[in-house]
Design a protein around this ligand. Structure first.
Ligand code: ATP
Length: 271
């Protein structure tokens, strides 16, 4: 419920991750319930948010790895890190292993040009393949990667049995953006009659969920400013009740969205 739009992906995660973990007695004969999934799409569109939600909903153990953290300049250390992750995952079963910035550890083996880099990249990918293939059928290991660069992932990792599903998490469309704003708005106070359809024009920009979250933050900060002004104005007229609750109104949200657009147009000159 904290994620706006992305209904198809939520359904897939629910069907293939949350339900099998929550109802383990429904295990399939001769098939492991675990699965490999790759989420790809532009930054800020909700990949990490989706996986965090799946972890919470399922109650599984969670191993979260930022891909670049695994890279180690010392020979064999990165592979050792990968072996450790999978052996922990097997011990903790059911486990969700989430590799954010997956491309940094799974890039195509012919991709790296520098000889030393290429050799270490090959070893890391080979280790990942070995570990994924070594997951026994009775283990519930859910292996998930997220990336902004799906084309750079090694093809051998992308075959069914290793990564079974490849899911796009794209920029939200207009309807999606309104749904995301509604979700974000659940977090705080806003005018009950705030009509999000008033923002349709400004929402035609290519916003991500992260942009909308920032617009909301700007709107909240602006609402503090307007409520302080309101306080000063009223306090000069003694005896009038002053309500200092911060509520976001239409103007505040317009301001928040406008700030994001202007910041982008001026390439960071306007902050
Ligand atoms: P990156 O590729 O850079 O890791 P990401 O796709 O993993 O990005 P998230 O970290 O999931 O992006 O999203 C960033 C923030 O944007 C979230 O913490 C959330 O506040 C907001 N956000 C993104 N998508 C949504 C959504 N669909 N509903 C509500 N909030 C969203």
């Amino acid at each position: 419920s904290n994620i706006g739009a992305l209904d198809q992906i939520k359904k897939v995660l629910s069907k293939y991750i949350i339900e099998p973990i929550r109802f383990p007695d429904r295990k399939m004969l001769n098939y492991s319930s675990g699965i490999g999934i790759l989420l790809y799409g532009p930054p800020g569109c909700g990949k990490t948010l989706l996986i965090n939600a799946a972890v919470k909903e399922s109650g599984a153990n969670f191993i979260f790895i930022k891909g670049p953290e695994l890279l180690n300049k010392f020979l064999g250390e990165s592979e050792k890190g990968i072996r450790l992750i999978f052996s922990r995952a097997k011990m903790l079963d059911p486990t969700i292993i989430f590799f954010d910035e997956f491309d940094s550890v799974a890039s195509k083996r012919e991709n790296s040009h520098e000889i030393t880099n290429s050799a270490s990249n090959d070893r890391i990918v080979n280790q990942l393949l070995t570990e994924i293939d070594s997951i026994e059928k009775d283990k519930s290991i859910y292996f998930i990667g997220a990336t902004n660069r799906p084309n750079s992932i090694d093809k051998a990792l992308l075959r069914p049995g290793r990564i079974d599903k490849i899911l796009a998490v794209p920029y939200p469309n207009l309807e999606g953006k309104i749904l995301i704003l509604k979700t974000i708005f659940k977090k705080g106070n806003h005018l009950p009659y705030l009509n999000l359809n008033l923002f349709v024009d400004s929402l035609k920009n290519n916003f991500t969920g992260a942009d909308l979250n920032l617009a909301y933050k700007e709107a909240s900060i602006d609402s503090i400013r307007t409520s302080v002004e309101y306080f000063l104005f009223n306090s000069s007229k003694k005896g009038i009740f002053i309500d200092r609750t911060m509520i976001i109104g239409t103007k505040n949200l317009h301001y928040g969205i406008y700030k994001i657009i202007l910041n982008r147009k001026t390439k960071g000159q306007y902050v």
